[in-house]
Design a protein around this ligand. Structure first.
Ligand code: HEC
Ligand code: HEC
Length: 225
């Protein structure tokens, strides 16, 4: 019980440290602190210890770092790891096996077919991120919906809806072209129910999924555009 309490406070302090270092202040809700604690225990405590101070010279809970001097540095270290040390790169699954950059972007890297994920850790809870990966079709947010349209010339185009009004529609297609159509020039126009995003339930093992979610949670969109 004591250890449990300790961990909660350690991650709360860690988050607070990160937020203090960041230019853009954020207020973490208790559920975010809770998510953070779970992630910390699952992915970080094995090396950093439950108090965050097991790696010599590094005390995550008290903002004592060997290399990092800004929030950006922390995000970069968690993302890329520290080569030549045990600190792993948490973006490995995202950029490698998961092939997420085929459809998503982070800091101008990747594709714009799917929504940009540079701030995803600030706007979604851990449980929502996990669901996106395991059941992409369970909930598709209004702003992320895909549309399928057929022009009067019979050309079919599928893409992510960027904008629409009474008369026109703008979308981005799989080749990342920004397209705009007058609705009057279309024969068909409809939302697509299914997400083009595959489920990662069988593609990634639990360890890889946990790494991936840690990485997504760390993407809070602060600094370094
Ligand atoms: C397999 C062991 C291991 C795991 C797992 C691990 N780390 Fe590390 N981490 C290290 C080591 C070792 C260092 C020190 C690297 C060095 O010598 O600079 C480090 C360094 C860091 C630093 C840089 C501190 C500084 O001095 O600048 C941060 C921040 C950090 N880790 C955060 C995390 C977070 C957050 C997690 C979980 C999401 C995590 N680490 C998981 C081993 C690990
Ligand atoms: C084939 C393209 C494709 C691939 C590959 C893909 N995604 Fe997606 N993803 C999308 C599209 C399109 C959406 C928006 C529609 C939806 O919600 O499914 C989306 C939605 C998401 C969302 C929800 C966004 C929100 O605003 O809540 C997350 C999180 C996400 N993807 C993460 C990932 C990660 C992590 C990977 C790699 C493991 C990945 N995606 C791989 C196309 C893709």
């Amino acid at each position: 019980m004591r250890a449990f309490k300790l961990c909660t406070s350690v991650f709360a302090v860690f988050l607070a440290t990160i937020n203090t270092l960041s230019a853009k202040q954020q207020t973490d809700t208790p559920s975010e602190v809770n998510d953070g604690r779970q992630l910390f225990i699952a992915n970080c405590a094995v090396c950093h210890g439950p108090d965050g101070d097991s790696v010599p010279g590094v005390d995550l809970g008290h903002g004592k770092f060997k290399r990092a001097s800004s929030y950006d540095d922390l995000v970069e270290i968690i993302s890329a790891g520290v080569p030549g040390t045990a600190m792993p790169a948490f973006s490995k699954v995202f950029e490698g096996k998961g092939e997420c950059l085929n459809c998503h972007s982070v800091k101008n890297k990747g594709s714009r077919l799917g929504p940009d994920l540079a701030e995803i850790g600030a706007v979604r809870r851990m449980i929502e991120l996990e669901r996106s990966l395991l059941e992409p079709n369970a909930e598709i947010l209004l702003q992320n919906r895909m549309v399928r349209l057929v022009t009067r010339d019979g050309i079919t185009i599928t893409g992510r809806l960027l904008n629409q009004d009474t008369f026109s529609v703008q979308l981005i297609d799989s080749k990342e072209r920004l397209l705009s159509f007058q609705k009057s020039s279309l024969k068909e126009y409809a939302f697509v129910d299914k997400s083009p995003m595959p489920t990662y339930r069988d593609k990634l093992n639990p360890g890889e999924l946990a790494d991936l979610v840690s990485y997504l949670v760390s993407l809070k969109g602060i600094g370094g555009q």
